[in-house]
Design a protein around this ligand. Sequence first.
Ligand SMILES: Nc1ncnc2c1ncn2[C@@H]1O[C@H](COP(=O)(O)OP(=O)(O)OP(=O)(O)O)[C@@H](O)[C@H]1O
Length: 325
Amino acid sequence: MIELSGLTKRYGEKVAVNNLTFTVRPGIVTGFLGPNGAGKSTTMRMLLGLDRPTAGDVRIDGQHYDRLKDPLTYIGALLDAKAMHGGRSAFNHLLCLAQSNGIPRSRVHEVLDTVGLTSVAGKKAKGFSLGMGQRLGIAGALLGDPRILMFDEPVNGLDPEGIHWIRNLMKSLAAQGRTVFVSSHLMSEMALTADHLVVIGQGRLLADTSMADFIAQNSRSYVRIRTPQRERLLDVLHGAGILVVETGSGVLEVDGGKSEHIGELAAQHQIVLHELSPQRASLEEAFMQLTAESVEYHAHTDTPPGPPEQLEQPGPQWGDDWTRS
Ligand SMILES: Nc1ncnc2c1ncn2[C@@H]1O[C@H](COP(=O)(O)OP(=O)(O)OP(=O)(O)O)[C@@H](O)[C@H]1O
């Protein structure tokens, strides 16, 4: 278990991490999300004692990192896959880590096998591709067979097979009852991997919730309908007190509506439907909505501005009424 309590880090005027309090629990994969510069890496560094908090506290299974004897046997981390001695072979890199943490040599062979690097164990790490470097970093994290694992952007540089492998690895580590804390920019990947989410923006906690609740609370659900008998269906739905949004492309949308109810009404009135599909925003859309105000670096877009009156009085936008958790 990882427990953060009021964790804060300032660099001069800059508050990189602002009073973070949350717990990362065992048995599940917890995703750590936030826009660029949100404070994820700083938080993870403080967790490993690599940065000293300005205020607050973080504990690994109840203890501060620097109090842990043989820390690799408590927590394994992949922070920066390039942070290794490139002149050493993969085997020797892991052997050095093992020897300084009281871990037997046989374990080096085991983790090389787990990450699929046995055939290149004798090769120098500086010749490794980004993906191989990630695998070696993950081998280092697994070396001490720790109860807690922390990965910063673990799928960076991995090919689809590698991404699939790391997804299954994280899930199986959690299924063994370990604590798995993982940051990623790839929302689609997080949606497939994480059970729980911690979202931060500008150093502050924005959400600490299950994946399902996060999407439900930060996104819109609606039913999308297409029919060749548009006017008749509109009459029927209005008659049933159902509010319909007519989109320009001939598609009708019913907010939060039950597709079964709409389908039954259409059948009762013998109205042909070409589409009746419940829609739910993706994790990516939910994340963009939640963090919109805390994005530090905005890209410049070349979209020409609309007419002045439109800019001064924008109409209601899709998602305006989304709630925050
Ligand atoms: N050593 C430092 N000195 C000064 N400012 C720093 C330092 N380290 C981080 N920061 C600032 O703290 C903020 C948080 O940075 P951090 O790297 O933790 O964010 P992040 O969420 O990991 O971002 P990314 O997703 O881009 O890696 C940023 O504004 C960053 O510029």
